[in-house]
Design a protein. Sequence first.
Length: 348
Amino acid sequence: MEYRPLGRTGLRVSAICLGTMTWGEQNTEEEGHAQMDYALERGINFLDTAELYAIPPRAETQGSTERIIGSWLAARGNRDKVILATKVVGRSQNTWFRDDGSPAELSRAQIVEAVEKSLRRLRTDYIDLYQIHWPDRAVSQFGSVPVIFKPTSGPEHPIEETLAILGDLVAAGKIRHIGLSNESPWGVMTYLKHAEAKGLPRVAAIQNAYSLVNRTFEGGLAEIALREDVGLLAYSALAQGYLTGKYENGARPPGARRTLFDRMQRYETPGAAPAITAYVQLAREWGLDPAQLAIAFATSRSFTTSTIIGATSMAQLKTAIDAADVPVSPELEAEIDAIHLRHTNPCP
């Protein structure tokens, strides 16, 4: 397993990160523990979760994924072996995150409450990487997608204020480093500007969607990632499973997300099907597992710190981790780029 710098933190994380959002919904606590045991054996030292999880978000399952990780850490006594990332939700009308039933926002009181709850659920004294799950401000297309811009407005807590709160939590030892998620180039640079000007914590990474069918990160954020050492933590490299080929010809495999939940619209856009088919066929022409091609591509980018994988079975997990050893040759990359030019970002 390759290990890469996490921004300028001094930490080195595995090029594959174990995502956990299905634990507590599609996966049991026992299955979550088994996945973490196996991932650790394979050299993965990086776990990503969120106060929001399990997915799909529901009041009944909120926080369950962190609790599963916490019970594993307590049972194994191996907190020092993992770099643990979690997230606080951005602005939301959902009221089940906070004790007083308030809609979620990035106020001081709510961020502090979120951190304390995550620490209790995770059974740890500190969080290595604490991420803003999505912006507090009103944003177009979830904040990170530059394809269709629509002017927005609404209440917001200034980024400078959010950063100051996170700085206090770093000073208190509750979190070590900070990150962003579903954020735009403007948002990242604004965080960096205030960090430099006021001696506040520096953003270490940005967790955005990135895949063969969504390379919008390359439009502005890739250069920031490289020049500012704010590397990508790529999520949805498999396009919620579509790039595995398992949904070809309208298939709905038992237990799959598309079969269970109506949450796949991001990968069911008008141009998605031909692009997905082209990449799946390319993988097979090269004798590769389509899932491994997709993960290997994301992991091989110069601006990627780590690719977040998720699995509901041990077989899927093994396939995903094995992708770390799949090379993307210049010849293969040229064929990928040719498809990309014909089917550009159909799933932003």
